[in-house]
Design a protein around this ligand. Structure first.
Ligand code: NAD
Length: 492
């Protein structure tokens, strides 16, 4: 396709072509780029926490100065609304700031108690960089999602090779180019572009860790490829997030939050809301509020649109299949239906009374579809929320904050917001990640910094011990005396 044809198709809103003008660097580029990143790593590590913070702070300032440029690029490659793109830039800046500011405290050398038995030793632990970290990103938040592992890995002293989604290579390159402007030395964030083959090549390139974000199915392939070199992985997979609405909830606030969490970014959010379990006595009122709010949203290419396109053309058929299957099994359409599909756009759809074994309730829909099911009690809501293979985010609405905390503790999810939605993603000090098919490992917060580091324990003898158990020259009574002492101390 010529550039002119691509531009015309993009102008006509054909999302399949977004990012399609990329000249992918491909799998063969991976080896040399990883080698360059490895060569740059000792210099970057040598800057120390303070030196790296200076660079990362300068990068953040540059990103914010050129924020609208990044917003335009995100929009050009994903078609998302300007405000959805601005939200990404806000989160990018906050997470970058946090990682740079806290790396020294979280990862730097600290003393630990050596304990009674090893009283003669001083003990320290510190977190050293791994080397080169490979980051494989998705297209749905092409700046915000990669910045979590990228910021943490860089702050910890690693260099990074980023493989952005083939749909959003420009955003990946923009991030690397702006950092290159801020770094007074070799490039410490390198980009390789291309599709799954390039990602697979990065997994096989003997990098020191892979941070993968994408679908759970691809996550399995990533893990299998990484197994060849025993390369450790973080898997941030898909989700099927649920909200629980208790009888005492502020229904207005819950409905507002549910519609935003389900429909923003046209539902293409890993921690987007796909299921609501609402206690029966307030279900009708809640559904009315959700239907009214979702029904007022604008979808399409218009400048004031609330929902942009579905970026992956094949996803439209997944969304359609989920809705059709639910309706065929007796679900009720509260809002939308077949008329909601106008590819590449899908207008909000709200379903009620959906059988629990429908694919709309067991598989990730990744579109602007919200299922609202009534339950007899909060206990039933918890059981249903936990009955899927995914365990990424969740939310709870109740006026009783103690009850909210207690429900949160019973949910099989990596992150829970009480009386809010997706609040955890905006708090850089909190770990982000899931359980089950949503993956394992964490980005963001102290856990995220440690994820891209290796601990190193060091002891240093302060004085000769009174008893020396770790020597063949020990006194014959030493071990018996030691055991007597441990019994006296810990044996009761
Ligand atoms: P995807 O799995 O299709 O692709 C993700 C990335 O993996 C892309 O860069 C792709 O090129 C690459 N890839 C594909 N095959 C590969 C292979 N064999 N080896 C290595 N890399 C390979 O996902 P997507 O469509 O880009 O993103 C949407 C999915 O991502 C959804 O399931 C969503 O829930 C999930 N997601 C999860 C999180 C999270 O933090 N848990 C965040 C955003 C998106």
């Amino acid at each position: 396709m010529t550039a002119g044809a691509a531009a015309a198709a993009a102008a006509a809103g054909n999302s399949a072509l977004r990012g399609g003008t990329d000249t992918a660097s491909g799998p063969e580029a991976v080896g040399p780029v990883v080698a360059d990143a490895r060569a740059a790593q000792p210099w970057w590590e040598g800057l120390g926490f303070a030196g790296r913070k200076k660079v990362l702070d300068a990068w953040r300032v540059l990103i914010l100065r050129r924020a609208e440029e990044l917003v335009d690029l995100i929009r050009a490659e994903t078609g998302k609304t300007a405000d959805d793109a601005r939200l990404e830039v806000v989160l990018v800046a906050d997470h970058l700031r946090w990682s740079a500011a806290h790396a020294a405290r979280v990862l730097g050398r600290r003393r630990v108690r050596s304990g009674l038995l090893m009283f003669n030793q001083s003990a320290t632990v510190e977190y050293r960089p791994l080397g080169v970290v490979g980051v494989i990103g998705p297209w749905n938040y092409p700046a915000f999602i990669p910045i979590g592992p990228v910021a943490a890995a860089l702050a910890a002293g690693n260099t990074v090779v980023l493989k952005p989604s083939e749909l959003t290579p420009g955003v990946g390159r923009w991030l690397a180019d702006t950092l290159a402007e801020a770094v007074p030395g070799p490039a410490v964030l390198r980009v390789v572009t291309g599709g799954g083959q390039t990602g697979a090549a990065l997994c096989r390139a003997a990098v020191d860790k892979i941070s993968f974000t994408g679908s759970s199915a691809t996550g399995r392939r990533v893990m299998a490829a990484c197994a060849q070199n025993l390369t450790p992985v973080v898997i941030e997979g898909g989700g099927k997030d649920a909200m629980i609405v208790a009888a005492d909830a502020d229904l207005d606030a819950a409905a507002d939050a549910a519609v935003w969490a389900a429909m923003s970014n046209a539902g293409q959010t890993c921690v987007g809301l796909e299921r609501v379990y609402v206690v029966a006595e307030v279900a009708d009122g809640f559904l009315r509020l959700v239907g009214d709010r979702a029904g007022a949203l604008r979808t399409g290419e218009r400048p004031d649109a609330d929902l942009g396109p579905i970026v992956l053309p094949r996803q439209i058929e997944v969304i359609r299949a989920h809705v059709q299957d639910a309706v065929a099994r007796g679900a009720r359409l509260v809002l939308g239906g077949p008329e909601s599909f106008a590819p590449p756009h899908v207008a909000p759809i709200v379903l009620a009374d959906v059988p629990e074994d429908s694919i709309a309730l067991t598989e990730e829909t990744f579109g602007p579809v919200l299922v609202v099911n009534r339950v007899a009690s909060v206990d039933e809501a918890v059981a249903r929320a936990n009955a899927v293979s995914y365990g990424l985010g969740a939310s709870v609405y109740t006026r009783d904050r103690a009850q909210g905390r207690s429900i949160a503790g019973r949910l099989r999810a990596g992150m829970v917001s009480v009386n809010a939605v997706i609040a955890f993603a905006g708090i850089p000090a909190l770990p982000f990640g899931g359980v089950g098919d949503s993956g394992f490992g964490r980005v963001h917060g102290p856990d995220g910094l440690r994820e891209f580091s290796r601990s190193q324990a060091v002891t240093s003898q302060r004085f000769r011990p009174f008893m020396q158990p770790n020597s063949f020259a020990r006194d014959p009574g030493t071990m018996r005396a030691l055991l007597r002492m441990v019994r006296a101390l810990y044996g009761r």
